[in-house]
Design a protein around this ligand. Structure first.
Ligand code: GRG
Length: 309
């Protein structure tokens, strides 16, 4: 027995969760699965363009969240991996389209020339379309050992997330808001809960659904995801001001240049940071019921406010 004034002989690091190793390891297994997910076929150019952006790096946060939530709810990484890959395919397609001249018009993404800079606008549009369609095919054909009704729920959730009720709707309001000086906090929140938050929430909800989580757990985990989703966007806005092109792997300072309303433009940098931290604290509170098992989700939430890229 260990007395109060006696030090335990257990190594102190045994229960400390090493976020950096965890993220590195999870990123590696996700990237291996993504590499296997699409083979080059005819016409080679479109498969190369899809693979170019899909395998260009990135933090792989959405797949990591999906795998972690599935495991927290008692499922396995293997059950969730096709959905984890699909989430990254959808995210990547949204970045390819967002970078096009008709949208955000960027030359760099993930430290490399954007898809349309390498393959032209026509192929970049089609590479995005190809990735989007393939994401759904991949979930439907590759998911194993998951109840069919849960696979259907995952497909429905992904569909809602990318459509007008999610990413597309958020992007439209974002485009309409450009250059306007009277954007309210409510409009800004609509843009980001749809454009950024929806896919992060779907990452968590699909992971839980694959593991057959109950409605209470899904509601709690959705709340966690909504909080980290907004915090993620606030930090994204802050980094657009404070980080360099090299750190971000894309052009920094674009929000100011495009006269976009952002959280720092509404609240200032300091209040934005505080707000992001509050959201992460609330997200972490949602996990208390799960104890130590939720350490990966807690650590990802903390990473979101401390990240520098
Ligand atoms: C989904 C059909 C369909 C169309 C796309 C273009 C568009 C509609 C939506 C834009 C969505 C978008 C680009 C949102 C920004 C989300 C965001 C903060 C991206 C950066 O995510 P990180 O930092 O990037 O996770 P990495 O590169 O690390 O993956």
């Amino acid at each position: 027995m260990v007395r109060a004034n006696q030090k335990s002989r257990e190594p102190e690091t045994s229960t400390i969760f090493d976020l950096n190793s965890y993220l590195k390891q999870q990123k590696l297994i996700v990237e291996q699965a993504l590499d296997r997910s699409i083979a080059i076929a005819r016409p080679e150019k479109i498969y190369e363009a899809m693979r170019y952006s899909l395998l260009a790096g990135g933090k792989r946060l959405r797949p990591i969240l999906c795998l972690a939530t599935c495991e927290l709810m008692g499922g396995t990484a293997a059950m969730a991996m096709p959905t984890a890959c699909a989430l990254e395919m959808i995210h990547t397609m949204s970045l390819i389209h967002d970078d096009l001249p008709a949208m955000d018009n960027d030359d760099f993404r993930r430290g490399k020339p954007t898809n349309h800079k390498v393959y032209g606008d026509d192929i970049a549009i089609l590479a995005g379309d190809g990735l989007l369609a393939y994401a759904f095919e991949f979930v439907a054909t590759q998911t194993k050992n998951v109840a069919p009704e849960n696979i259907i729920r995952v497909v429905a959730s992904l569909g809602r997330t990318v459509g007008a009720a999610g990413l597309v709707g958020g992007q439209v309001l974002d485009l309409e808001s450009e250059g306007k000086t009277d954007i309210t906090a409510e409009t800004l929140s609509f843009i980001h809960t749809h454009k950024t938050g929806a896919l992060l929430e779907a990452s968590v909800v699909t992971g839980a659904t694959i593991a057959d989580a109950n409605a209470d757990d899904i509601a709690r985990l959705s709340q966690y995801a909504q909080n980290i989703g907004l915090a993620f966007q606030i930090i994204d806005d802050i980094l657009d001001i404070t980080a360099t092109d090299e750190q971000l792997g894309k052009t920094a300072g674009k929000d100011l240049q495009a006269q976009k309303a952002t959280y720092p433009s509404l609240w200032g940098l300091e209040k934005s940071r505080l707000k992001a931290q509050e959201l992460v604290d609330s997200a972490i509170e949602q996990l208390s019921i799960y104890g130590e098992k939720a350490e990966p989700l807690r650590a990802v939430a903390n990473y979101i406010v401390t990240r520098d890229r």
